[in-house]
Every structure is written in C-alpha cells, then in structure tokens.
Ligand binder design. Sequence first.
Ligand code: UDP
Length: 357
Amino acid sequence: MRVLTVVGNRPQFIKAAAVSGPLRERQEEILVHTGQHYDDSLSDVFFAELGLARPDRELGIGGASNTSQTARMLAALEPLLADYKPDAALVYGDTNSTLAGALAAAQARVPVVHVEAGMRSFDRAMPEELNRVLADHLAELLLCASETAAQNLRAESVSGRVQVVGDVMVDVALRLQPAARASTEIPAAHGVTPGEYLLLTAHRAGNVDDQGRLGELVALIEALPGPVVFPLHPRTRARLHGAGLLQRVRQSPGVVLTEPLGYLEFAALLCQARAVLTDSGGVQKEAYLARVPCVTLRANTEWVETVQTGWNTLVDLDPGSAVDALRDFAERPPLEHPELYGDGHAAERCVQAIGAL
Ligand code: UDP
C-alpha cells in the first residue's frame, strides 16, 4: 500500500514523526512538505530532532492569505496525486495543508485518512476550525485523540469510519518528557530556575493579526509575574514589529524573549515551568501531560478535558483572570490526573487502521 502524507507546519512534523516510523515498517510512504512553515526554526529542526524522514517532495508554498495558500497547494497536489497514484492520503490536524491534502485527494478519489479528527472549538472565526470540519467531512478514516472528538463527529454525521486511537503527539511527549524534565541546564541557559518561571507561547491569528487584540496580549504579558520565557513565533514577531510593540515586549521586566525553539529545548522548558500560558492546542495538551498548570489565552479550546480536570483555565486575553488563575493553581490542593489522550501507542493504532482501509 502506498500512502501519500501531506504535512506543512510545526505540529504536523511532530505528529508525522510519531506515525511515519511505524507506517514505513509496513507500507510505502511518500512525504510531501507543502512549505507552509519553511524557516529552519519551525521546520528543519523538527526533522533533525525527531527523526522524521526528509520529504520526498517540497512544494515551497508559504505566505499569502489562507485562501490563496490553500488554492496554490491544491494546484500543486493534483499532479502529485496523479503521478504517485497513492492508495491513501494521510493528513494531520487543522492547517491549510490539511485541507488542501484532504480536498485534492478526495477529488482524485484517493481515500483520506485524517489524524486528530473531530477536534472542535465551535468557533467558525478560526481558520483552523474551517479546515478541520472540512477535512473531517472529506475523510474516509477519521482517527480521533479522544472520545469527545468521536462524539463531535457522530453529532455531525460524518460519512467516514470513526475510530478513537489516542493522540499521536502524546506518543512523542511521553517518550521525550522524562529526559526533558531532567535537563535542568536548559532553563539555566535561559537565565531561569526550574519551578519558578512561566513559559509563554502565542501565535493564533485571532490573537495576533488584529491590532486591538495584539495590544491586549502585550498588556497581559506586562501584567504577568515574571520571569516569563517567551519563544517568539515568526508570525507574532512580525505582527509585534508591524504594530511598533516589539520593543515594549522586549523591555517588559522579567520577559525573556527567544527564537522559536526546537522540540527538546521547548519540552525541557515546559516540563520545568511553574505554569504555561499559551494559545496553542499542542502546548495545552503537553502541559497537561507534564502536570504543569496551563492558562489558555483563548475563550475556547478543543482540548476540553484539560479544563474539565482543572489543569487548564481559559482566560482569553484578560490580564486579571490570567493572574488570578496562576495564583489559584499555586494555592489549591493537588489535582487528579487521569489519562486523557491515550497511552503513548496511538501511532501504532493509526498504522493498523490505515492497513485495514
Ligand atoms: N513547540 C516547539 N518550540 C516552540 C514552541 C512550540 O517545539 O518554540 C512545539 C510544542 O511543543 C508543540 C508544538 O510545537 O508540540 C505546537 O505547535 P504550535 O503551537 O505551532 O501549533 P498548534 O498546537 O497551536 O497547532
């Protein structure tokens, strides 16, 4: 069986790193990198660190609006599908690469497998929500991280087969977090002490593309009790720079700005942080696995179980709520920590399900 996998951005390289190894033991895989994330800090470092095979094809399609980026990907994928004639197309998550891969394959009558199917924020203003809903309705095999995701799909009456396999990002996190926790030299290299600093990430379009929201994000950062390590996503850097706010963040007391980090360095900072603040889906989940409290800089989340168990608090961009949440985490008794997104063997289940297509 020949599987054509389409990836394009940072979290997809991590997800593909979990699945690609076991997949290649049983099937032929053609890896296509759309180029959605193309710079070294968001792309190459993940291939090197996580042992993901080099892409067979690189489309070099980054930048521009979501619509034109997706359109260019569709046009580039059509001839590839015709050349390779795969038996299945594998897509991950909720990006433009996910939607383009799923739509181009479905139109070529190639069965689509969607890993991380069924996640919903129920917020159609998010480009990611549009991508995931559409990919789910194009897919023949929908592999879910949680029972909640499977319920979302049943509620939408998707036509493909739904299976809960667990989360493939959890496979990677469970494998690498023990070493990350022990790497105390990494916080030290950033000038912070394990257990005493906050780790911050922010790059969602809803938080950084709108100038008003971006200003609120900066006010929130200034209100945080430091030190705060903040690996700056290129999109966020560009928006802060464009709005004349970069210098303000840089000069904010206690803020340690860094470039986007490789997976291992970021995991070390995450596992040893006092708490994490983020608008990233993957980081909310990884904080839960590391038993580090999370403050989510959004009004909603797809990873609802992390909120229900008390490990994650949604504050949107309200500085007072963020500071209160951090204080509440520090003061309350220890929380239960059920296994929410699988046992670290999700990739193996994905490969089995793909083999049975
Ligand atoms: N990540 C990383 N370096 C960083 C920030 C994040 O390796 O500087 C990892 C993080 O551990 C997680 C993934 O990137 O696995 C999340 O990606 P991102 O926030 O871009 O995507 P989202 O989850 O929001 O779709």
